[in-house]
Design a protein around this ligand. Sequence first.
Ligand SMILES: [Cu+2]
Length: 177
Amino acid sequence: MSITSRRVLPLAAIVALLALPATANAGDHGPVVRAAGHLADLQPATAGPFDGATAAFQIVASAQGSHGVLRVKGIDASADGATFGAHLHSGPCVAGNGAAALGHYNTDVLAGTTPPEVSEDTEMWLDITVEDGAATATASVPFVPVPGTRSVVVHAMETDHHTGAAGARLACLPVVW
Ligand SMILES: [Cu+2]
């Protein structure tokens, strides 16, 4: 298991987060959503490193906003050492239809602010670097995503921190609450 360059939480904290119960706590703190399962293939016509992968994702609200934790396992060995962009998207995860996931979950877009700021403060970026077929990423953001039929999308390239772009959409995990 590796942690990406966004070393926000120590490994012990990640393990603790993932062990939290699914039930909501009092107030604004505590688990927001948990999701786990096989990644849906957004490029079914071509073999990709995430075709046999599973993922677990959780958002936990905190006093400062929220933390996202993404774990991916079962990634093909050919991807070891590579970094892939991953983000919370505002739309659903539909196998074979990457466009269905719509754009990144972005607080400025939701608020109607134009032009929207595209950054790790307005979006939840969870780029993963693969090691031994697995990867973990965390993101701390100053907002709590609002419920919806959403998804985590894994892309072909690491995230460009100026534009948020990360190349083709390879796979996704449904995140619905
Ligand atoms: Cu994305």
